[in-house]
Ligand binder design. Structure first.
Ligand SMILES: NC(=O)c1ccc[n+]([C@@H]2O[C@H](COP(=O)([O-])OP(=O)(O)OC[C@H]3O[C@@H](n4cnc5c(N)ncnc54)[C@H](O)[C@@H]3O)[C@@H](O)[C@H]2O)c1
Length: 226
């Protein structure tokens, strides 16, 4: 799929970090970019810089995501590119004992749920709604209707001692793993004879980095790599 000046793209989490870099890169290729983010100031500034639009969207809310897609599609037409970078993280031990008084506490489950709602459910919400919209597009030269990219983390492959966050990330990674489910979804799209498929790109696995992390973990006496 080629990015041209007729390509409409949506980047979630596009106000900063990976999302902002992605928005800039897409705009540099001519794409019309809609930035979905909670950070209005940063998002509007970047949208002005790249000639795109900002949509104040909370990926945990159905209504907010619907309104974001409606605004983006009204301005740019149906997106054929979705890049999901909206996300966050936290680092709390699964269970720990206080050095002061020996009391034991565990990972606050509200924080776990919060993370899952943003990184996992929020990502899939945007993917599902965008894929549904892409079904209205005509197939392109490779019979594709669009591209959907989800970001994951190498830490989804690594268990750090006591860190539930890794479990969280792993949950996220496996649920999106990556794209096995989406491949199923794309297969469904193809099987339903919608005449094309939505491509989902998985972050490539960097074997060298995984091996390096594996050695570090072995050195710590932990053998919990996936
Ligand atoms: N930066 C890295 O090296 C790296 C590596 C692997 C994975 N990741 C993951 O990729 C994602 C993006 O990373 P980043 O470094 O660009 O982070 P970042 O914090 O710079 O950007 C994340 C963006 O998502 C937005 N966001 C957060 N919650 C949102 C919500 N509910 N609705 C809409 N927008 C929301 C934030 O406002 C922010 O602009 C994160 O989930 C991160 O954990 C990052």
């Amino acid at each position: 799929m080629h990015i041209t000046n007729t390509t409409a793209a949506v980047v979630t989490g596009g106000a900063s970090g990976l999302g902002a870099a992605t928005a800039r890169a897409l705009a540099a290729k001519g794409a019309k970019v809609a930035i979905f983010d909670l950070q209005r100031d940063k998002g509007e500034a970047l949208a002005a810089e790249i000639g795109g639009i900002f949509c104040e969207v909370n990926v945990t809310s159905d209504d907010s995501v619907d309104a974001g897609f409606a605004k983006a599609r009204e301005a740019h037409g149906q997106e054929s590119v979705l890049v999901c970078c909206a996300g966050t993280g936290n680092a709390v031990k699964t269970a720990s004992r206080s050095k002061e008084d020996g009391s034991i506490k565990h990972f606050p489950l509200q924080a776990f749920d919060w993370l899952i709602q943003i990184n996992l459910v929020g990502t899939f919400r945007c993917v599902a709604k965008s894929a549904a919209g892409m079904l209205t597009l005509d197939p392109g030269e490779h019979n594709e209707r669009g591209a959907i990219v989800m970001t994951a983390s190498l830490f989804g492959r690594l268990c750090l001692q006591h860190r539930a966050r890794v479990g969280v990330v792993r949950h996220v990674e496996q649920a999106l793993r990556p794209a096995d489910r989406m491949r199923t979804a794309t297969g469904d799209l193809a099987r339903q004879r919608h005449g094309g498929l939505v491509r989902v790109v998985r972050q490539p696995r960097d074997e060298a980095v995984v091996q390096r992390l594996r050695r570090i973990e072995f050195a710590r006496g932990i053998d919990q790599l996936a």
